[in-house]
Design a protein around this ligand. Structure first.
Ligand SMILES: NC(=O)c1ccc[n+]([C@@H]2O[C@H](COP(=O)([O-])OP(=O)(O)OC[C@H]3O[C@@H](n4cnc5c(N)ncnc54)[C@H](O)[C@@H]3O)[C@@H](O)[C@H]2O)c1
Ligand SMILES: [Zn+2]
Length: 367
């Protein structure tokens, strides 16, 4: 399985025309933004496109999850048809995961598919959503229910774009970064432990190193298990079974995805230890890294501490990713090595792990 060419650098768009040509891409591109990324990066990007000899068509959607909708896609198809965009064009998605998923969805379907190039601007998009080719829109019944596998030709990552990103979004993306350490690379986890503050303060070379390593890890996992058949790609969901329940409980409004994932990983670490897979020292090292996450006014943490553990379990069970009402858990064997647990986990064990995590966030000794 071939995955995209990932380029990390500043400015990543230098020599864009030549790069497109070497990848067989025409210099005719539809550029998709959300309102924020249009304002922040649009003019400079158009300047580059002009210098590099591109013809382009600009499209903008509101900066919210609701833009990943059939209505938004339909409106954009119309604008593209009216602008005579045909198969010889490609689409450049400049924004966070919303723009990347929507842009990828449109590219996968427009004229039976045109190439997509991802230019991610959030930490989550740089390290997760822009890589791997999953693109989707939402349905009123659930997130990401309608979509494709559509691999981007290029993923262009410029960590300098993160300078304008709110801290809460940085921490949110950071939980996926830390996730890669947990599931795939203990040395990377130690690097993140030592440089956590440097990275969230966007200090170089730490930031670029963290972004590059995360992007490479995701690409590597996707390459080895593109269609999620061996269980390897599923390990990207470490912490996510708990997180999805939490997000649902918070009505997808009061908690960012990454916030739920960092809490979910605390639960998953305890579950790994409680079921006898992970040793105590590794649990404690993992918790010390996850204890570094800071969210506004302690709100997120307080919400979690006040959650009723069995109510959270019910919300986890009602998440779409369940298979036959059985929850699937990704656990750690050790730091840097995850696996998808095949056997069923008793409800009591899940609740126990949530209770342990609540104790941890209360600052009490949960060991
Ligand atoms: N396809 C996948 O594999 C995959 C994986 C994970 C998440 N996702 C999807 O990603 C989406 C979430 O992505 P996200 O967290 O990037 O959110 P987002 O795209 O909504 O961006 C968050 C906010 O940051 C703003 N923003 C973007 N870049 C900025 C910058 N550089 N400076 C200042 N503001 C900036 C955006 O306008 C938006 O308001 C969800 O829809 C999720 O389903 C997809
Ligand atoms: Zn995630």
């Amino acid at each position: 399985m071939d995955v995209s060419t990932i380029k990390v650098g500043t400015p990543v768009t230098a020599g864009l025309g030549k790069l497109f040509q070497t990848h067989g891409l025409s210099l005719k591109t539809v550029v998709l933004f959300d309102e924020h990324t249009r304002k922040l990066f649009g003019d400079a990007l158009f300047e580059t496109l002009r210098e590099e000899g591109f013809q382009w068509k600009e499209l903008v959607v509101p900066a919210r999850e609701a833009s990943k909708s059939f209505n938004a896609a339909y409106r954009l198809y119309s604008l593209m048809i009216e602008a005579d965009v045909d198969r010889s064009w490609n689409l450049l998605a400049c924004g966070g995961g919303v723009v990347g998923d929507l842009g990828g969805f449109i590219a996968a379907s427009y004229f039976r598919g045109i190439p997509v190039i991802q230019l991610p601007t959030t930490l989550l998009a740089m390290t997760d959503s822009s890589i791997g080719g999953k693109v989707a829109i939402n349905h009123p019944h659930g997130k990401n229910l309608i979509g494709f596998f559509h691999i981007p030709e290029l993923v262009l990552i410029d960590p300098a774009y993160l300078r304008t990103l709110p801290k809460r979004e940085i921490f949110g993306g950071m939980s996926e970064v830390v996730k890669y350490g947990f599931i795939a690379d203990e040395a990377f986890l130690s690097f993140l432990d030592s440089h956590f503050n440097d990275i969230v303060q966007l200090k170089e070379p730490f930031l670029t190193e963290a972004v590059r390593k995360s992007a490479d890890t995701k690409a590597d996992v996707v390459k080895k298990d593109f269609r999620e058949t061996t269980g390897l790609r599923a390990t990207l969901n470490f912490g996510h079974t708990f997180a999805h329940g939490l997000e649902k409980l918070a009505e997808y409004r009061h908690m960012r995805h990454g916030e739920a994932v960092s809490i979910g990983m605390v639960c998953a670490l305890f579950l790994s230890r409680n079921l006898g897979y992970l040793d105590q020292a590794s649990l404690e090292k993992g918790l010390s890294i996850l204890g570094r996450f800071r969210y506004p006014r302690g709100l997120v943490k307080r919400r979690f501490i006040e959650v009723d553990s069995s109510e959270l379990l019910e919300n986890m069970l009602s998440d779409k990713k369940k298979l036959d009402k059985k929850l699937r858990f990704v656990l750690l064997k050790k730091l840097g090595e995850a696996f998808l647990l095949e056997k069923n986990v008793e409800n009591e064990a899940v609740i126990q792990a949530i209770d342990n995590a609540k104790q941890f966030f209360k600052g009490k000794n949960p060991y």
